[in-house]
Ligand binder design. Structure first.
Ligand SMILES: Cc1cc2nc3c(=O)[nH]c(=O)nc-3n(C[C@H](O)[C@H](O)[C@H](O)COP(=O)(O)OP(=O)(O)OC[C@H]3O[C@@H](n4cnc5c(N)ncnc54)[C@H](O)[C@@H]3O)c2cc1C
Length: 307
């Protein structure tokens, strides 16, 4: 990245959406710079195996898929910088994109910053991060070999994480606030077949208990009000997501949950700034859809720059 260069497009995010956009823009000979943040890894690397991305009948590891996409973009000339974007400012027709200690000028921007896990919001959660609280089974499962863990959540992510964890742990409690689950049927069936899993519904986590590390969770039955303390060594929180869009909240129109609002060409409320993938309102939160939106945003940028 050279301070005095003006890029055709800066892409913020190097998950499937950002990388797919980078492949298209760099292949179209647009001068392309991609930012990624070490604070938030692409969600796809948090999963062991992607089984539903076309072309990989045996499935593909999330990290490997991202690496392959990145190599493809590098091959066509895209530049990469690992630095979190803090702010975007308009400078006449162009934009200034700021990181912690630098900035760069560009004619257009594609935001592909994805989303991250929501926190439980109970006392001691911050204190126990890395000491029993986790938001990523792939990252931390090894730490809980032959131990007892609680997974909180009822959607696809919670079930995917739980299925992965069953390979490591002695016992797994799946805690969900409703009796029904949003997870797809195939995931529900797979988890129900595991003999080290117990489902606890309709419960919420009231409190995390422990001194240096988590030793138990206090659960509350939301129908009966009754509480019970369950011994466990770890808690995996999988209760939903929030988009990584704080840095544009004063610049772009966002919905009430913080997702970026775009038109059908994926252009945001500011001309020349486009958004794609999981950070965008209404997108389908899957790798193939994020990649498709990245391509669509890139083609829209090409058209925008021709004008
Ligand atoms: C556990 C789990 C399992 C999943 N399994 C599947 C599956 O089997 N199949 C499937 O199709 N989908 C799956 N998904 C969903 C899939 O991972 C996402 O839909 C997809 O990764 C979205 O891509 P994205 O590029 O929009 O965002 P992400 O992959 O989240 O990438 C966002 C990028 O933005 C960067 N970033 C964020 N903020 C900033 C900033 N301020 N500055 C610079 N960079 C920033 C991050 O570093 C990252 O590179 C799974 C998700 C999870 C969490």
């Amino acid at each position: 990245m050279k301070r005095n260069d003006v890029y055709d497009v800066v892409i913020i995010g190097s998950g499937p959406a950002g990388l797919s956009a980078a492949i298209y823009t760099s292949r179209a000979l647009l001068k392309t710079l991609v930012f990624s943040s070490v604070a938030y890894s692409p969600q796809v690397v948090l999963t062991d195996i992607i089984e539903n991305y076309p072309g990989f009948s045996e499935g593909i590891n999330g990290f490997e898929l991202i690496e392959r996409m990145k190599q493809q973009a590098v091959k066509f000339g895209a530049e990469f910088v690992e630095s979190e974007v803090m702010k975007i400012e308009q400078k006449e027709k162009n934009f200034l994109v700021y990181t912690q200690d630098d900035f760069i000028e560009t004619k257009s921007v594609i935001i592909a910053t994805g989303r991250r896990n929501k926190k439980l919001g109970v006392e001691n959660e911050e204190k126990f991060i890395g000491r029993g609280i986790s938001y990523c089974a792939i990252c931390d499962a090894q730490l809980f070999k032959d131990k007892v863990v609680t997974v909180v959540g009822g959607g696809d992510t919670a079930f995917t994480e739980a299925i992965y964890l069953t390979k490591f742990v002695k016992k797994l409690y799946l805690v969900h606030r409703r009796n029904e689950f949003r997870a797809t049927k195939i995931l529900q069936e797979r988890l129900k077949q595991k003999d080290n899993v117990e489902f606890l519904t309709p419960y919420i986590v009231e409190k995390l208990i422990g001194d240096e590390k988590i030793s138990a969770v206090l659960l509350k039955n939301v129908e009966l009000g009754e509480q019970k303390e369950m011994f466990c060594d770890g808690v995996f929180v999988c209760i939903g997501h929030q988009p990584n869009t704080d840095f544009v909240k004063n610049l772009l129109d966002l919905d009430e949950d913080g997702y970026i609002i775009t038109d059908d060409k994926l252009e945001t409320s500011v001309r020349g700034i486009f958004a794609c993938g999981d950070c965008r309102k209404g997108s389908i939160k899957q790798v193939i859809c994020a990649a498709a939106e990245g391509a669509k945003a890139a083609l829209a940028v090409e058209k925008f720059l021709e004008k």
